[in-house]
Write a protein that binds this ligand. Structure first.
Ligand code: GLU
Length: 323
């Protein structure tokens, strides 16, 4: 009897020992991948969450952790330093990063590589109706949030104002707030307008529009033409009627593209498997945010301004999309 108990305990100990060893090996083999996203009240953040979930459900040895951030410019810099493995950012900013275009970048980000173009991001100037801003020109002298520090929005705000002959100095007050703060300031009347380059339907705009009378300021006419001529990443687009309370007609504006990128140093196989899993489980992205429904494999390479990561290249080659 005693012998049996001792043998039993011994077996139990051995089993525990080997399962701990097994767990440790799995954990040691697990690859931790970070993805720099954007504003919690934006669209990058929920989509990055969906990508992380896809990995969790399909790639047991890869764990993707999502970080919120100021967004595009900050994310490109995180890729440069290797602090982020993946990132979502605007295609114009990715191009400026690769080329070290000032004032956004002091030096090039040579290790930024493309995985996929995702969806259009509209330049949306969200204004209080009581501020009486009918056109971009009327922003002169007004209190304006020009985009969070490290955002692509700020670069777009500068270029859009330039197309209308304005500079930041012409504004009454320039605020650099997080996107959530911009929304709060707009609600409270502490600012008159806020720039957002973000997927239509972002909660930063939807929620504010429910609480105060607001509008989207159009970007159109010869100014939109000259903007596109000087900075060809912009394309004409519109904020459709019915997405935001108070916006009952389509509003013309310009849009860039959100893209998914990786640092060049991330292993080819890891990027290949993430790319493949993402496209094979696109339903997760579609259900994470309304904008996710616009993410389509056939558009993955359109508007991609930087070289593809070899892991992504391998996937698109298999699909016959590139040679
Ligand atoms: N496009 C935005 C920016 O870089 C971020 C949008 C988002 O977080 O969804 O300024």
């Amino acid at each position: 009897m005693k012998r049996r108990i001792v043998t039993g305990i011994l077996i139990l100990c051995l089993l525990t020992f080997f399962s701990v060893i097994h767990l440790e090996t799995v954990q040691a083999a697990r690859k931790y991948v970070s993805i720099a996203s954007g504003w919690v009240v934006g669209v990058y953040f929920p989509l990055a969450g969906a990508i992380s979930r896809i990995a969790h459900e399909n790639l047991p040895d890869i764990k993707i952790t999502v970080e919120s951030s100021g967004a595009s410019v900050a994310n490109a810099k995180l890729i440069a330093t290797g602090d982020a493995d993946l990132a979502i950012l605007q295609n114009d900013i990715a191009y400026y990063a690769l080329n070290g275009t000032k004032p956004m970048f002091d030096k090039p980000v040579p290790n930024i590589r493309g995985i996929a173009a995702l969806y259009p991001e509209h330049c949306q100037i969200h204004a209080r109706k009581d501020a009486k801003i009918a056109t971009v020109k009327d922003l002169k002298g007004k209190r304006v949030a020009v985009g969070p520090l490290g955002s692509g929005t700020e670069a777009n705000a500068m270029q859009i104002l330039e197309a209308y002959g304005l500079k930041f100095e012409d504004l009454g007050k320039v605020e650099r707030l997080s996107a959530a703060e911009s929304a709060d300031y707009l609600k409270d009347g502490r600012i008159d307008a806020a720039f957002y380059t973000v997927g239509v339907g972002a909660s930063a705009i939807v929620d504010t529009a429910l609480m105060v009378d607001t509008m989207i300021v159009p970007i159109d006419g010869p100014q939109a033409d000259s903007l596109i001529k000087k900075y060809p990443f912009y394309a004409k687009d519109k904020v459709p009627a019915g997405i935001y309370k108070g916006v009952d007609k389509d509003v013309p504006t310009v849009a860039v593209l959100a893209i998914l990128v990786a640092k060049a140093e991330l292993e080819e196989d890891v990027v290949y498997r993430i790319t493949k899993a993402m496209w094979e489980n696109i339903g997760r992205i579609e259900s994470a945010h309304a904008k996710g429904k616009e993410v389509k494999l056939e558009k993955a390479l359109i508007g991609m301004p930087i070289p593809l990561h070899p892991g992504a290249q391998k996937f698109y080659k298999e699909k016959g999309m590139i040679k």
